[in-house]
Design a protein around this ligand. Structure first.
Ligand code: SAH
Length: 218
């Protein structure tokens, strides 16, 4: 069988069984998950596992998130298309690519230089020209491009970074795992209702690598 056809079939069944069957219902998110070739974002050694139902190692002790978690976070952002998104913890660049299928621009920050470089390269090679990747501490956000309609944090924080809340547009959504460093965190969503008012809800237990930085873990 042609390799390309095989990955397309695997991707289609990943979306049916891991995403739609578990209750993700946003048509924009489902379509984005159908489009992004996850096999291009994993390391060559992991390519046969690209559509498995879990995270995978990407080097530097980090992981590409489970597809379902990427979809859950994208849905929690409440995207309708055309937004400006801040993505923290670029990792492989896979989640940034999913968000870039829906949003108009994605600004993505990764603290590990080799991962930031590799992700920027993969995203450019795959034609995601609305994503900008920068190496740095994402807990401080990206002030020059703020405010954001959505902020997606793919690493677990001790508390919700105040700077990120302040970089949300009114009506914007921040999705972030919060909890202890090496165990289960809860996936929280914060909506900025007004200049000073924020509402928060909880999407249940998740497990992420720690968010390291000035407003994260030391
Ligand atoms: N979204 C990624 C998964 C990333 S895993 C993907 O789709 O592949 C979490 C990433 O967050 C790791 O690469 C880690 O290095 C990064 N990270 C941790 N703390 C960070 C910080 N303060 N700023 C930016 N990136 C951070």
């Amino acid at each position: 069988m042609n390799e390309q056809v095989d990955f397309e079939a695997q991707r289609a069944s990943m979306v049916d069984y891991q995403i739609v069957a578990r209750g993700i219902s946003s048509p924009l998110v489902i379509e984005a998950m159908r489009r992004v070739p996850r096999e291009r974002f994993v390391t060559p050694r992991m390519i046969d596992c690209a559509y498995e139902d879990g995270p995978l190692p990407i080097g530097a002790g980090q992981t590409i998130s489970q597809p379902y978690i990427v979809a859950l976070m994208a849905e929690a952002l409440g995207l309708e298309g055309g937004e400006r998104i801040l993505d923290i913890g670029t990792g492989s660049g896979y989640a940034a690519a999913v968000l870039a299928c829906i949003a108009s621009r994605v600004f993505s920050i990764e603290r590990i230089p080799e991962l930031a470089e590799r992700a920027a390269h993969t995203l450019a090679a795959e034609g995601y020209d609305n994503v900008e990747v920068r190496c740095g501490d994402g807990t401080l956000g990206w002030q020059e491009h703020a405010p954001f309609d959505g902020i997606c944090v793919a690493a677990g924080a001790p508390t919700i970074p105040e700077t990120l809340k302040q970089q949300l547009a009114i009506g914007g959504h921040l999705v972030i795992p919060v909890g202890s460093e090496h165990s289960v965190q809860s996936l929280r969503r914060v909506v900025r209702v007004s200049e000073t008012e924020f509402h928060s809800d909880n999407f249940g237990g998740v497990r992420f690598v720690p968010l390291l930085g000035e407003e994260g873990w030391s």
